[in-house]
Design a protein around this ligand. Structure first.
Ligand code: SF4
Ligand code: SF4
Length: 274
């Protein structure tokens, strides 16, 4: 005996109703990457590093719940800021890397950094086909600093932040010190300018003078790569090695030009005799 065809169920009719309702509406799908999404400015896209502010205190690496921040550093003795002061030991940053394959974007590292060295950037287009390439070194983290939005404006009548006041005060003191150091040179006139200026400049001022453009030390880079170090890490270490070597050379040259000729140095004696 033939069975009668079943009537469509209520669920099917409801589904067709939704289809009909949305059929003539505008599509809401965004055609990424042809159309960029309009993200809020404070989007947590990636973490950027202001390496000049980093003192290698290691707080971020210790607090990170995923242990995905890698920091290497070495110690350097820097001359005292004031004449007659004590030389200080300072941590110099060699490597700062974040493994974004492990990072869970909790933001703890940004929150705990006491020196404002870490920031959120809205940049999010750094996906790769290899999980290994998600470990980003400090040169890339520094590049992302350019995409960090400026801090929101202060409310009308609000006090300037302490960091700004301290920074302006430090800049004023540095300008005063430079003016005091330059005064004897100006009095000595053109003939005595260089010698008097060099003698008057404090060791700290001379140290601050040393600016070295970071380049890759090819020899160090090749050696690290031959030892199996990844190219990104090798590049960061080769840059740090280049800067260290150049600064040491400049310091040696300055010390040599300022110290009196020693009795046992034939080159200097010849120079003095002629
Ligand atoms: S955002 Fe969180 S998980 Fe990612 S590096 Fe910072 S502390 Fe670690
Ligand atoms: S907490 Fe800040 S200053 Fe300390 S190591 Fe991390 S980034 Fe550098």
């Amino acid at each position: 005996m033939a069975t009668a065809p079943k009537a469509p169920s209520i669920g099917l009719l409801k589904g067709l109703g939704v289809t009909l309702k949305t059929f003539f509406q505008r599509a809401t799908t965004q055609q990424y990457p042809h159309v960029k999404p309009d993200l809020p400015p404070r989007t947590r896209g990636v973490i950027a590093l202001m390496e000049e502010n980093c003192t290698v205190c290691m707080l971020c690496a210790r607090e990170c719940p995923d242990w995905c921040i890698y920091i290497d550093s070495h110690k350097e003795v820097v001359p005292p800021k004031e004449e007659g002061g004590r030389a200080r030991t300072r941590n110099m940053l060699d490597r700062f890397a974040i493994d974004f394959a492990l990072c869970m974007y909790c933001g703890i590292c940004v929150e705990v950094c006491p020196f404002d060295a870490l920031f959120w950037s809205p940049e999010f287009e750094y996906s790769t086909y290899s999980v290994r390439e998600l470990t980003h070194e400090m040169d890339q983290l520094r590049v992302w600093m350019d995409t960090v939005p400026p801090p929101p404006a202060l409310e009308v009548g609000a006090e300037e932040p302490k960091e700004i006041i301290d920074g302006l005060e430090a800049a004023r003191k540095a300008a005063e010190r430079a003016a005091v150091a330059a005064a004897p040179a100006a009095e000595a006139g053109p003939a005595g300018t260089s010698a008097a200026g060099a003698a008057a400049a404090s060791p700290a001022a001379r140290e601050e003078d040393i600016h070295v453009e970071a380049e890759i030390d090819q020899e160090v880079f090749d050696q690290l790569v031959a030892e199996g170090t990844s190219e990104r890490v090798a590049r960061a270490k080769a840059k740090a090695a280049f800067v260290r070597r150049e600064k040491a050379r400049i310091r040696r040259e300055r010390a040599g030009s300022e110290s009196p000729p020693e009795a046992g140095d034939p080159n200097q004696r010849e120079g003095a005799a002629s």
